[in-house]
Ligand binder design. Structure first.
Ligand SMILES: [Zn+2]
Length: 704
């Protein structure tokens, strides 16, 4: 049970205080936004005073924690809402209003804490809290005037009683709460298991977090990065396959077995210790991390994963798209109006792996379900993900068509074969299209420069295409259209601006290579920009009356990607969907890729609905390049959008700015808390213009 709201009389007093606070200082009050602000306001209910505090980041087991009230520093001590930690750890607690007590049990210990009492009771024993600091109820004030009453306790006490360690990272104002420190003493690769495994010998269980870098997309290597939290390395006793150089232990896998190239182990942090395990991949594979208590090993298992299931229109045809992390092995079964697709040797990484039902009602697809199963039919690959397509009527295999592009499986529900047509993007600037011919055919391509349309007419006797519209929209091609008449197929390709074509057909194919010459010849083709759409997934960022920050930042970031790609830049997105990516991981991704610039996109918020305008934040006065980029971006945004100019400011403790090693900025594109500005931010054209302004400043910065 959560702690109760305050009594009415105190609330009235608070509302008065809130009004005063709003006059004195504009105060952010949105959940999960704290880190972007220099101070937050809370009312200490023990004396009724409003205080301004520096908010802190809170991490548990390497994961950022979001709570409806911020962690703060009081007299040099980190205080956090106890509910945030207990909820994150899955510990149930009770609040007793009459005695103002919080009680919970953990690890066989029972704990009772009382508001304003410097003693807690641990297993019935009266225990003085560290430095004699009592739990207190602090009220964090929300934008609607509601107060969020939370019980604040020192991190030091709560981590101590839970047998966890707490480390203060001063540079980014972060409290990292972890399992007790352990040491990694060895590592080996186990090829003998059903799925290849990297087994890490540890002195005890640790928390692990991981992220994937799809480096191949921007000319690098694909990697899986696993961070063992609060873990030191002492691997000197490892087998002879491991070599050490400059603190990095490497296991070279010369034959590239299981798509792995090499594994690096390195201590990357000391406050707390962090051990980073990097898997260099020749072939993209999924991974799953677990602790094997029997052997005392952390296990990274290379198993395929099903990461998303969706229904989309591809070639104007309803298709179920199953996203996996590696070349999927598939077994299908058709049973009347049910089509089962089993992805063999895979874990479902959506939700908690439980059976999930999606209503679709598109064409013949009524619904789709997906679930994790064990099926001995497939032994030894008995872990399968089953996707079931429920159809509106019984069909035959002729009505179904499967395709895979290496990671995704496309299930088309159509009697029209479309496999004679293929379009493949080769790199940033080039792509190829081909139509398979049953027999040689003569045809004359025609090109209309005005509409940028390339057309080919083919007799129906030489191929089988059906008719479709395929909206490609990838900076080389806008779309393909096939019109079918009694006798011919008319295939039209609408080229993107600056795209030229060359004919590459053979006796058995009609084929063209397309090149966007502007992108190919761009002076920026070696420049890599990492775009970071703020927040995402479990972290909504600032919440407005009609929109959430995470959605607007993603939209703006995708527009920025589009503008930069059209200019020939290499672009990497820290997220391109509604997913949460750890703040430290966002910086690691940019550092690992050796990006030239890092641009984080955010939306602002304040208690006062009148606050408006744009500001660009940068890390450090001493990093003149950061400040230079921030200045250019601020000016470009103000010029383009005519918003209130809040200027640039230095924010050295923001994780993404602090931890990135290249010029980096964080643009706050407007205030979601201001109704007029929220309305503007919700229009595509406003975000598109913001993206153009940001891109222009990036080019100006690099041209200098
Ligand atoms: Zn933000």
């Amino acid at each position: 049970m959560k702690s109760k709201r305050m009594t009415k009389s105190i609330r009235t007093a608070l509302i008065l205080l809130l009004c005063l606070a709003a006059v004195l200082q504009q105060t952010p009050v949105f959940a999960n936004k704290y880190a972007e602000y220099e101070s937050v306001a809370l009312v200490d209910t023990s004396n009724g005073t409003v205080g301004y505090y520096e908010p802190i980041n809170l991490m548990i087991g390497g994961e950022d924690i979001f709570s409806d009230a911020p962690g703060i520093i009081v007299n040099g001590r980190a205080l956090v809402p106890i509910s945030a930690i207990l909820t994150e750890l899955g510990i149930e607690y009770t609040w007793t209003q009459a005695t103002r007590e919080i009680s919970f049990s953990y690890g066989g210990k029972s704990v009772v804490m009382q508001i304003d009492n410097t003693y807690a009771t641990v297993d019935g024993v009266k225990t003085l809290l560290p430095d004699g600091v009592a739990p207190r109820v602090m009220n964090y004030l929300s934008v609607s005037g509601d107060e969020i009453a939370r019980t604040y306790v020192p991190v030091k006490f709560i981590s101590g009683v839970l047998n966890l360690s707490a480390t203060w990272i001063d540079s980014t104002r972060t409290v990292a709460v972890n399992k007790k420190e352990q040491t990694l003493t060895g590592a080996y690769l186990d090829y003998t298991k059903t799925y290849p495994e990297i087994r890490l010998k540890v002195t005890g269980e640790v928390d692990a977090t991981s992220f994937v870098i799809s480096g191949a997309d921007v000319g690098g290597q694909d990697k899986v990065v696993v961070d063992l939290q609060n873990t030191k390395v002492d691997i000197s006793g490892a087998d002879a396959y491991w070599t050490e150089s400059g603190g990095v232990w490497t296991y070279d896998i010369y034959d590239g077995i299981f798509g792995l190239d090499k594994v690096d182990i390195e201590q990357t942090g000391t406050m707390p210790y962090t051990t980073r395990v990097t898997l260099y991949q020749d072939e993209r594979r999924g991974h799953d991390i677990s602790y094997d208590a029997k052997t005392g090993e952390m296990v990274i298992r290379l198993i395929n994963t099903v990461n998303d299931v969706s229904v989309e229109k591809i070639y104007s045809t309803d298709a179920v798209v199953i996203e996996t992390s590696e070349n999927p092995m598939v077994q299908t079964t058709l049973d009347g109006d049910k089509f089962y697709i089993d992805v063999i040797g895979s874990y479902l990484h959506i939700g908690d792996g439980m059976k999930t039902y999606m209503t679709v009602n598109e064409g013949k697809i009524e619904s789709v379900t997906y679930e994790q199963k064990k099926d001995s039919y497939y032994a030894p690959f008995d872990d399968i993900t089953r996707i079931t397509i429920n159809l509106t009527e019984a069909v035959t295999y002729d009505d179904l068509y499967l395709e895979s592009d290496g990671t995704a499986i496309y299930v088309f529900v159509t009697p029209n074969p479309i496999n004679n047509f293929e379009y493949v993007k080769l790199d940033q600037s080039t792509a190829k299209m081909s139509v398979r011919l049953f027999e040689a055919a003569s045809y004359t391509p025609t090109y209309d420069a005005g509409s940028r349309t390339l057309s080919v007419t083919l007799p129906k006797s030489v191929t089988d295409l059906g008719d479709f519209v395929y909206d490609v929209d990838d900076n080389v091609i806008e779309s393909f259209t096939v019109e079918e008449t009694d006798r011919v197929y008319k295939l039209s390709a609408k080229l993107a601006e600056n795209t030229v074509y060359t004919e590459t057909g053979t006796a058995t194919s009609v084929a063209f290579k397309f090149t966007n010459t502007k992108i190919r010849d761009s002076e920026y083709s070696d420049r890599l920009i990492v775009i970071d759409a703020g927040h995402g997934g479990k972290d909504p960022g600032a919440i407005g009356t009609k929109a959430e920050e995470k959605d607007l930042t993603l939209k703006a970031a995708l527009y920025l990607e589009d503008v930069l790609v059209k200019q020939g830049f290499k672009v990497y997105m820290t997220r391109s969907t509604d997913d949460y990516v750890n703040l430290y991981d966002r910086a690691s991704i940019a550092n690992d890729l050796g990006a030239d610039l890092f641009v984080s996109v955010h939306i602002n918020a304040h208690t006062g609905a009148t606050a408006s305008g744009i500001e660009v934040l940068y890390a450090n006065e001493s990093m003149s390049s950061d400040k230079g980029l921030a200045t250019l971006m601020q000016d470009a945004l103000i010029d383009e959008l005519g918003a209130v100019d809040r200027g640039i400011s230095s924010r050295p403790r923001l994780v993404v700015l602090r931890e990135t090693t290249m010029p980096s900025v964080l643009a706050e594109l407007g205030f979601i808390s201001n109704p007029d500005e929220q309305a503007k931010l919700m229009t595509d054209s406003y975000l598109q213009r913001a993206a153009e302004a940001m891109a222009e400043s990036i080019m100006n910065f690099l041209d200098k």
